[in-house]
Design a protein around this ligand. Structure first.
Ligand SMILES: *[C@@H]1O[C@H](CO)[C@@H](O)[C@H](O)[C@H]1NC(C)=O
Ligand SMILES: *[C@@H]1O[C@H](CO)[C@@H](O)[C@H](O)[C@H]1NC(C)=O
Ligand SMILES: *[C@@H]1O[C@H](CO)[C@@H](O)[C@H](O)[C@H]1NC(C)=O
Length: 465
């Protein structure tokens, strides 16, 4: 097996300790469905260094990482409003558990860029990047975004704004680890990669607040030298990059154009996958020549599988190779009718991700781009004092004006949204609607009047519970 991470041995008080590697974006989930290790992902092809931070905040690698200008063959199919979850791993092949070392504290963000073809090369660095998710320091929880990844199995969620124009996009999760940012010289550590997607959407939005990557930051950007060890820290954390794009914010509308994905789809005959490799069943045979031809065909595919595996490993290539062995053994035993069924060699199906848990752990921004609650939806809301009252069961919630305090929105009985409004702020102010932790216990029940429709139209940031 190839070594997929770098082990650094440090001697501490006479005992050998293994320092954990850094982190890499290895795979992503579309509405909870794992696309596969490395599938439709641009990542470093350097197995030993895939988890290393980028060398410089102004490097072209800042766009999609080392090797990030090289398109891969697969493109994931995504619908407008879908939530993506990006998985970060200490060990890209998941040979050991872990997402990121706890010392690596800092913010996360997710950017997108519209491209002609997300599987094409040389389209990452440069202008056109807009931000759809950001999460810095959560002073309520006392945690950086990167710290929330750890109990969350390395998953970072972001919802695709529902009004974006359809087409091919690169989606770029970004982590910034600040544990060396206070040093001289400062060493802010970026980890990025890109997912190649095709977005099916009836929307037409083309966000206006875009930046060039690299170019959007340099070492003078305040966040690059932010001291996470200050007691107390100099909050708020100075966000960087463009303002967040949420559905309906600063945009122009592209001409409506129905688009259908033609690039990067999984081929119909593809029976097994590993990263961006696909296995195809060799032609059926009824004699010795055909049997050995199928065996040869299978082995050539196995070699391609291993050669294309990269940092996330070659788990499914082993399965494929075992299938080839069965064919070859059959030929040797004079069984010239085949090929045999592949079913017993298939890898176990990838488990579905509990997206609700990821969204909850990723913070409120993760679903700030969800489809708006339509005025025609069944919306119930009720204020309650979380300090003294348990959250009402959905059935018990009455339709009607809410009050200051904890507000629960119930949409079509399936989606529950809870917003905690701080004491003394008006619910009519969109800026007052920063959701807080559900357990904050700081709500009161002072009456305030507002109209449900106004509330809905003004809520830009909501938290699904
Ligand atoms: C760093 O970025 C700032 C803001 O964009 C810019 O004014 C400044 O010239 C940049 N510095 C360098 C050294 O490029
Ligand atoms: C193996 O056989 C399949 C099915 O006939 C074919 O599509 C594929 O191109 C062959 N691959 C190689 C490497 O010969
Ligand atoms: C083996 O079978 C193939 C068809 O699968 C046929 O074209 C070929 O002539 C056969 N060869 C021999 C030696 O019978």
């Amino acid at each position: 097996m190839l070594v997929s991470h770098v082990k650094i041995v440090i001697l501490v008080a006479g005992a050998a300790q293994l320092a954990r590697a850094h982190t890499a974006f290895t795979n992503f989930f579309v509405d909870g469905v794992d696309q596969g290790d490395g599938t439709a992902v641009r990542m470093s092809n350097n197995i030993q260094q895939a988890t290393f931070p980028l060398s410089s905040v102004t490097s072209p690698d800042m766009a999609c990482g080392v090797n990030g200008e090289t398109g891969v063959s697969r493109v994931a199919s995504v619908n407008a409003g879908d939530t993506l979850a990006f998985e970060w791993r200490d060990w890209p092949d998941a040979s050991q558990p872990g997402s990121i070392d706890p010392s690596h504290k800092g913010p996360c963000a997710v950017y997108m860029k519209k491209v002609d073809n997300s599987a094409a090369s040389n389209n990452a660095a440069g202008d056109g990047w807009f931000k759809i998710m950001e999460d810095g320091y959560d002073s309520t929880a006392g945690k950086w975004c990167t710290e929330k990844l750890i109990p969350n199995d390395g998953h970072l969620a972001a919802t695709i704004p529902h009004d974006l124009a359809g087409g091919y996009y690169l989606v770029r999760p970004e982590l910034l680890a600040l544990q060396q940012a206070d040093k001289t010289p400062a060493d802010p550590q970026f980890y990025v990669g890109c997912a190649q997607i095709f977005l099916s959407s009836s929307g037409s939005a083309d966000p206006l607040n875009t930046v060039s990557i690299p170019g959007y930051i340099n070492m003078s950007t305040p966040a690059m030298t932010f001291n996470i060890y200050d007691q107390p820290m100099k909050l708020p954390f100075p966000d960087f990059g463009p303002p967040l794009y949420t559905a309906g914010s600063s945009k122009r509308d592209l001409e409506a154009r129905a688009m259908v994905q033609t690039i990067g789809l999984k081929p119909d005959a593809c029976v097994m996958e590993n990263v961006n490799w696909c296995g195809f069943i060799p032609s059926s045979y009824t004699n010795e020549t055909g049997c050995y031809a199928a065996s040869q065909n299978c082995s050539v595919q196995a070699t391609d599988c291993y050669n294309s595996a990269g940092p996330t490993g070659s788990k499914n290539c082993f399965n494929w190779e075992n299938f080839c062995t069965q064919i070859r053994n059959g030929c040797g035993a004079g069984n010239y009718n085949g090929p045999p069924s592949i079913s017993s060699f298939m890898p176990a199906p990838l488990p579905k991700l509990d997206l609700a848990a990821v969204v909850a752990a990723s913070g409120p921004m993760a679903i700030s781009n969800s489809a708006p609650i339509e005025a025609s939806s069944t919306v119930s809301m009720e204020a309650y004092d979380s300090a003294t009252t348990a959250m009402p069961a959905p059935a018990a919630m009455a339709v009607g004006p809410a009050r200051q305090g904890c507000v629960v929105l119930l949409m079509d009985t399936a989606v529950r949204l809870r917003i905690t409004v701080a004491r003394g702020v008006s619910l009519n102010s969109a800026t007052a609607l920063e959701p807080q932790s559900a357990s904050a216990g700081t709500c009161d029940s002072t009456d305030t009047s507002f109209v449900v429709a106004d509330f809905i139209s003004e809520v830009g940031k909501i938290q699904e519970i």
